[in-house]
Design a binder for this molecule. Structure first.
Ligand code: SF4
Length: 371
């Protein structure tokens, strides 16, 4: 559908509102996304980026994505990584020795953080997770643990018969440092019922994040787009994240960053059922820009170079993003659905410099890595 461009007066009104740090509504976000030239959208997002993060520098980090188990009862249609508990030949859970190997790997690469994510295992309760975190801490006391997305927390809470608050508290006691924003996909139950019907719903995701923020745990927020969702649902998702962030206790870190990426569909059951095409490069850049504009109260916008590729990621740094995320030494979920981009630390720094920025290596909490 062709939509007329907005008048300059209307564009200016929206720009001034966004630049003043005001919250744009879903309707206003949609107007900007669909009725202003992409160049103007990118320019606005870039201006907001520099207002929030004035230095001409881009952060990145080293961590290792450890998928501690692939056993999962969720059965998301877009996931080629998981397997059912009955698939004994391919099911795994990492042993202590394998965890030790992962820690060695990230340490050798100069990192000090693990991103721990796995499936929704039907038999593992809170004690399994406490033991896993404590085991890692024993092996490497200084390692940072960015672990367990909201669907895992909701699942552990349900399977253990304890509240989400108690679940998070016990995990913090066992060594949890921060929560990744994984498993949000699109926070619309209409879509979730189709693409991941057995996964905890949108409200559970929201509830976990609100509880984590109340307990002072820093988190990130995510969105996976480019499947069955509408543009309004993407914008509703951003507005929901913004309201969670607005409600966090003033002293809590809340969402430190937002990361959006296009769903990787290769060989997935979702693609078998629905004739989906991946978003264009322009759409990916527009999503970075609109995220920066809508999420005015989230400090950083991270670009998912792993899914859109380093070249498009360089452009995204001029469309509102100020963080390149991790070199992700090992990753299984998106790579098993078609993403095969890789970078080592030197390439990451070169990539950022080529795009016109100074690279700085950060920790999960956006403090600089001291070398
Ligand atoms: S995406 Fe996560 S929750 Fe969904 S099936 Fe895969 S491992 Fe399970």
């Amino acid at each position: 559908m062709f939509l007329e461009k907005l008048s300059m007066k209307d564009v200016n009104k929206l720009y001034n509102k966004a630049l003043a740090g005001e919250f744009l509504s879903v309707r206003e976000g949609k107007e900007l996304y669909t009725r202003t030239p992409s160049s103007q959208l990118f320019y606005l997002a870039d201006q907001i980026r520099f207002k929030k993060n004035p230095l001409r520098r881009v952060s990145w980090q080293i961590d290792l994505n450890v998928n501690y188990t692939n056993v999962c009862i969720s059965g998301c249609l877009f996931c080629n990584f998981h397997c059912r508990p009955s698939q004994r030949q391919s099911a795994y859970t990492l042993t202590k020795e394998q965890l030790q190997e992962k820690i060695n790997l990230v340490r050798e690469a100069g990192g000090d953080q693990l991103l721990l994510q796995g499936g929704l295992h039907p038999n593992y309760d809170i004690e399994f997770y406490e033991n896993m975190l404590r085991t890692i801490r024993e092996i490497s006391p200084g390692i940072k643990l960015n672990a367990l997305g909201p669907p895992e927390i909701a699942h552990i809470s349900r399977i253990s018969g304890i509240t989400m608050t108690e679940t998070i508290k016990r995990l913090i006691d066992a060594g949890l440092d921060s929560l990744p924003g994984a498993g949000a996909e699109i926070l619309s139950d209409r879509v979730r019922k189709i693409i991941s019907p057995s996964k905890p719903d949108a409200h559970s995701w929201e509830k976990v994040m609100r509880e984590a923020h109340k307990l002072g745990i820093g988190t990130t927020s995510t969105m996976v787009y480019g499947h069955l969702e509408t543009l309004e649902e993407r914008l509703d998702h951003l507005v929901l994240l913004r309201s969670i962030q607005a409600d966090k206790p003033a002293e809590a870190p809340g969402f430190r960053a937002f990361i959006g990426w296009p769903m990787q569909l290769k060989k997935t059951r979702l693609l078998e059922k629905y004739p989906l095409s991946p978003p264009s490069m322009l759409e990916n850049l527009k999503m970075v820009a609109i995220s920066r504009i809508m999420l005015i109260n989230v400090p950083h916008i991270q670009v998912s170079w792993l899914t859109i590729g380093p070249r498009t990621a360089q452009l995204a740094l001029h469309c509102g993003a100020d963080d390149m995320g991790s070199v992700m030494i090992e990753e299984n979920v998106v790579s098993s659905a078609g993403s095969h981009f890789r970078m080592v630390p030197d390439e990451m720094e070169r990539c950022i410099r080529e795009a016109g920025f100074d690279p700085w290596q950060r920790n999960q909490d956006y403090t600089p890595v001291l070398k």
